[in-house]
Write a protein that binds this ligand. Sequence first.
Ligand code: NAD
Length: 451
Amino acid sequence: MKENDIIELLKSQDEFLKTTSKTSVENRISILKKLKASIKAHEQGIVDAIYKDFQKPEFEVLTTELFVVYKELNLFIKNLKKWSKPKSVSSAWLNFPSSDKIHYVPWGKVLVIAPWNYPFQLAITPAIGAIATGNTVVLKPSEHASYTAGVLVKIFNEVFEDQQAKIITGAVETAKILLEQKWDYVFFTGSVPVGRIVSEQIAKHMTPHTLELGGKNPCIVDSTAKIDVTAKRICWGKFLNAGQTCIAPDYLIIDSKIKDEFQKKLISSLKEFYSETSYKDYTRLIHDSHFEKLTGFLKDQNIIYGGESDAETNFLAPTLVDSPDLSSPLMNEEIFGPILPLYSYSTFDELEEMITSFEKPLSLYVFSERKDFVKQVNEKFDFGGGVINDTIVHFVNDKLPFGGVGASGVGNYHGRASFNTFTRQKPIVNRKTWLDIPIKYPPYNRVNSFK
Ligand code: NAD
């Protein structure tokens, strides 16, 4: 879309925001129902498109792309009326008599920029929150998941007038043009370096925003962890979507007393999950340059399992690497692929030194049966969200706000947190006129009563 067309589109979205009949809560609930029906009708198309984009297995699409979106839609359909009601709060005695309320109002025009790794869910979930709360949306999906972007366009064209919500496809140049416009809110999901660029771009308009970014998520395995289930839960959370998950464990740090034994368990879990089926239930890497980057990470590393790759199909097997040098490219940035480095620790100080050598992560996982150890870990380290004795599952509880801290993100969303993100709290004090206490008016003869 050309810049002039984008400017015209935004003018029409401004008009939409003024049309109260279209932005009523009832209208928004019925549009969410329409969106749900359209997604249902395109379910097979979504499964096929994501498979074409990077061979994500159908089961993973149904669970990690569709199920969570339906859950979000159902939650908003059920609660929107209740959540949207102005909230009464007690008044300040200085204002007596008054009735005070917080009103929840939309920001206005929202820009959503999405990544490719969960190309349906990460595009549509923020859009649901924004539309439900009465904003208009322009959504730019990732250029690297173009089949999925095609289905998103079909769904949006079926459900929305452009002036309410519109998809604009394109790559970096399109994103840059979009970011030059004046938005009322920007919701960005993607990498830390691009998050910084987005943040700089929108600073000139001081646009409120959410940045859902990434980082190096530690996963700690204490000597008391139940190692069979621990190995399975780590392999599942790490190698789902071939490790291309923002909250996947980035590296393991295992109590040295159990490292050798635990390593064997990881290998047997990986054999059980994938090798018998020739990696049928295993996603491919998104594109050639990601393949080249990740296989490049493996040069001169001590690979203890996996490492096989196929450039034709962008396949990289689940791979375990022993204690890579912390200055190696593998440890210099978020891995975001099926490579799991294994380290060991003997003291809490060693654990602390390792984890705090990186920026604050999006998530942290700790496997242990010792309550005091878990408490110490959760209190010592700062991270966006975490799980005790599992990986990545905090994402599915819509009662938990989801987001990062420091370099891993700004703000959060999901469920009620999305409602809060996409609305502004507008406080209004309604003063009554049946009584007017004159104490505040000049001349100030009563100054002594305040001493
Ligand atoms: P990316 O940052 O490369 O791209 C994300 C989006 O930004 C795309 O739509 C892209 O077109 C756009 N973009 C790229 N360069 C831009 C620029 N210079 N200016 C403006 N927009 C630009 O990220 P990606 O490769 O699509 O996704 C992977 C990253 O996203 C990982 O770092 C991962 O951790 C993170 N991620 C975070 C979450 C989360 O919820 N916190 C979820 C998924 C992915």
